[in-house]
Design a protein around this ligand. Structure first.
Ligand SMILES: CC(C)(COP(=O)(O)OP(=O)(O)OC[C@H]1O[C@@H](n2cnc3c(N)ncnc32)[C@H](O)[C@@H]1OP(=O)(O)O)[C@@H](O)C(=O)NCCC(=O)NCCS
Length: 331
């Protein structure tokens, strides 16, 4: 059975940079508060009219070019996002249309910040069993149009950013390399601690002025609960991945954790006992880009030469659901 290797990565963020000082002009917040609590200095927000699938298309074009492939060489799309362009169909088919390919499957993954790791798990299974050979795995988000950029929404408005990261995955016969395992978890008892209640068909009517006025169509978050669970569940899932393969913390060349908040990443690093050179963070420049954060960070880490063939890469994510998980990859 082959293993799954990363053939190429790509990323794209919209050109508009929004600094903490820019936000301080819109709401009662400060650069100091945001930096101290989240580590974020700036994020990219789309201009009105830009869609999540169009960000993904830009990132895909970069990855295809790096892989030396055409869009028609892809035989499957797995699209992870928490910010779909439409209620349905999902973003996968819109991306497919933009890429000018037809007939290949497009799977939409709705696991929010953990979406890229969930998507990797599915893509890896398909590649290993031989069903598909060139899988485009996407994590893309435009959170900014859904944020409340006033003081009422400041707890979430300062955190989230827009962007897309992709990976083209395929089989390798090198038994020493590739995705070693993925580890997925969820706990629906915590669903309302980080969620967007509406629009939703559990509501009658399914969308209403009342829902919009009461912030039910925006991200609602119990920040401290999210923080506590994230710093517990991500390290646990990393340890589970290592244990399965008889590996230790010392074997990790690079850990890329979902860029939720720099303080969360620092706590995860501390709990696992990782040195600074074993982790990569870029939330300072992008904010929390939900499902896009891991592939954007992976792309940048590769650009900086942080991974060489044979290195052990660990991914870990946590998000709404709650969902969380990890992946162990021999680069
Ligand atoms: C959101 C988060 C930074 C808030 O930090 P916190 O220390 O928990 O702060 P609290 O929510 O207790 O709020 C403390 C005060 O700061 C205020 N505050 C909230 N957002 C603010 C902002 N952007 N600027 C200034 N003040 C703010 C609150 O209103 C509160 O004021 P009060 O004491 O007068 O009521 C923190 O909880 C967090 O990082 N949680 C995880 C979020 C996350 O990662 N989400 C994505 C997961 S995938």
């Amino acid at each position: 059975m082959p293993r799954t290797e990363f053939i190429a990565t790509g990323f794209y963020v919209p050109p508009r940079v929004v600094s903490n000082d820019d936000l301080a002009r819109l709401m009662d917040t400060t650069d100091e508060w945001i930096t101290q609590r989240t580590g974020i200095k700036e994020r990219h927000w789309v201009e009105p009219g830009t869609t999540c699938s169009s960000l993904a298309a830009e990132a895909t074009r970069m990855a295809l070019q790096r892989a030396g492939l055409q869009a028609t060489d892809l035989d499957c799309i797995v699209f992870a996002t928490a910010s779909p362009d439409h209620f349905f169909p999902g973003n996968g088919v819109f991306l497919q249309r933009m890429l000018g390919v037809t007939d290949i499957p497009a799977l939409d993954v709705r696991n929010q910040c953990t979406g890229f790791v969930y998507g990797l798990s599915v893509a890896d299974a398909w590649i290993r069993c031989g069903q598909y050979k060139r899988v485009l795995l996407v994590g893309a988000e435009i959170q900014s149009p859904g944020l409340d950029p006033t003081t009422a929404g400041r707890d979430t408005a300062v955190i989230f950013g827009d962007g897309a990261g992709v990976a083209i995955l395929g089989p390798t016969d090198d038994a020493q390399r590739g995705v070693l395992s993925t580890h997925l978890f969820s706990d629906g008892r915590q669903a309302e601690k980080l969620w967007m209640d509406g629009p939703g068909l559990s509501h009658v009517p399914w969308i209403s002025a009342d829902m919009l006025a009461n912030g039910k169509a925006r991200i609602q978050m119990e920040g401290r609960e999210v923080f506590k669970s994230a710093i517990t569940k991500m390290p646990e899932s990393v340890q589970q991945a290592l244990a399965l393969h008889g590996l230790t913390i010392a074997d990790i060349k690079l850990l890329i954790a979902h860029q939720a908040n720099l303080r969360i990443s620092e706590m995860v690093q501390k709990q696992l006992g990782l040195r600074d050179d074993q982790v990569f963070n870029n939330i300072q420049r992008y904010g929390n880009t939900t499902a896009a954060s891991i592939p954007i960070a992976l792309h940048e880490a590769l650009e900086l030469g942080r991974l060489s063939r044979g290195d052990l890469l660990i991914l870990t994510a946590f998000g709404s659901g709650f969902t969380w998980g990890s992946a162990a990859i021999r680069w």
